[in-house]
Write a protein that binds this ligand. Structure first.
Ligand SMILES: [Zn+2]
Length: 214
C-alpha cells in the first residue's frame, strides 16, 4: 500500500493539507489523533485499551498505535495520507516496513509563527466547530457561527501545553527530516503560505516529485 506522510510543527496546517490532498488524489486520510478518539468513542476493545492508558496518564505505546493503524485502514484504499504519524524514528521505521512511502512532505514553519497560530485557535464547546481568530474567525466576535455558543480555547492550547508540544516535536519528530531525506522521499514546503497556494504546491509534488538529495 502506498503512503504519503505530511509532518511539521503543531500549527503548520498539516491536518488541513492532508485532508485536501487525500480528497484530490482519492487516498484515505488517517489522522492518528482522530483515529484514537474514534476508537475511544465507539468503545471498541482497542478503544477501551487506549482509554485506560490515557486515563492512567501514560503515553500510548507504539504497539497500540500500530494496531490502531491496522484497524483504521480501508483495505480498498488506493493509498493513504498520514498526518500525526509517524511521530518518531521508531514509528517511521515501522511505516517503511509496512507501507511503500512514496513521498514525505515537511511543512516548514517557524516556531514564532506556529505559536501565534496555535494561540489563536478556538473551539466551540457545544458543536466542536474549530476557529482561528487570525485566519478563520467567527462572523460575530467570540460566538460560534453554527450554534451561537461562546467559543473558547482548548486546554491543550494553553501557552504551557503548546510549549511542551513544541519541545516534543523538535526532540522526536524533527529528526524525521534526515530520515526521509536518506530514503530519498523528502520534500519541503513553506507552511507560511496561504492554504490554497500551499495545497496547489503539495498537489503538484505528488505528480512531479523531485526529492531533496541526501
Ligand atoms: Zn457551535
Amino acid at each position: 500500500m502506498d503512503a504519503i506522510v505530511l509532518f511539521g510543527i503543531q500549527g503548520s496546517g498539516k491536518g488541513t493539507q492532508a485532508l485536501l490532498l487525500s480528497k484530490q488524489i482519492s487516498y484515505q486520510h488517517i489522522n492518528i489523533g482522530d483515529a484514537l478518539r474514534m476508537q475511544v468513542s465507539k468503545q471498541t476493545a482497542l478503544g477501551r485499551e487506549v482509554q485506560a492508558v490515557i486515563e492512567s496518564g501514560s503515553l500510548v505505546e507504539d504497539d497500540l498505535i500500530f494496531r490502531l493503524l491496522e484497524q483504521s485502514l480501508d483495505p480498498k484504499a488506493k493509498g493513504i495520507v498520514f498526518d500525526g504519524f509517524p511521530r518518531t524514528i521508531a514509528q517511521a521505521e515501522y511505516l517503511c516496513k509496512v507501507y511503500n512511502v512514496k513521498l514525505s512532505i515537511y511543512l516548514d514553519l517557524s516556531e514564532e509563527e506556529a505559536l501565534v497560530r496555535m494561540s489563536s485557535r478556538r473551539v466551540c464547546p457545544s458543536c466542536k466547530a474549530n476557529y482561528n481568530l487570525i485566519s478563520q474567525a467567527p462572523v460575530k466576535e467570540g460566538i460560534c457561527d453554527h450554534c451561537g455558543t461562546r467559543i473558547e480555547q482548548r486546554k491543550d492550547d494553553s501557552p504551557d501545553a503548546i510549549h511542551k508540544r513544541f519541545e516534543a516535536f523538535y526532540q522526536e519528530t524533527f529528526p524525521l527530516i534526515e530520515f526521509f531525506k536518506n530514503l530519498g522521499v523528502l520534500q519541503k514546503v513553506d507552511a507560511s503560505l496561504p492554504i490554497d497556494t500551499l495545497a496547489k504546491q503539495i498537489y503538484s509534488l505528488y505528480y512531479d516529485p523531485c526529492p531533496i538529495e541526501s
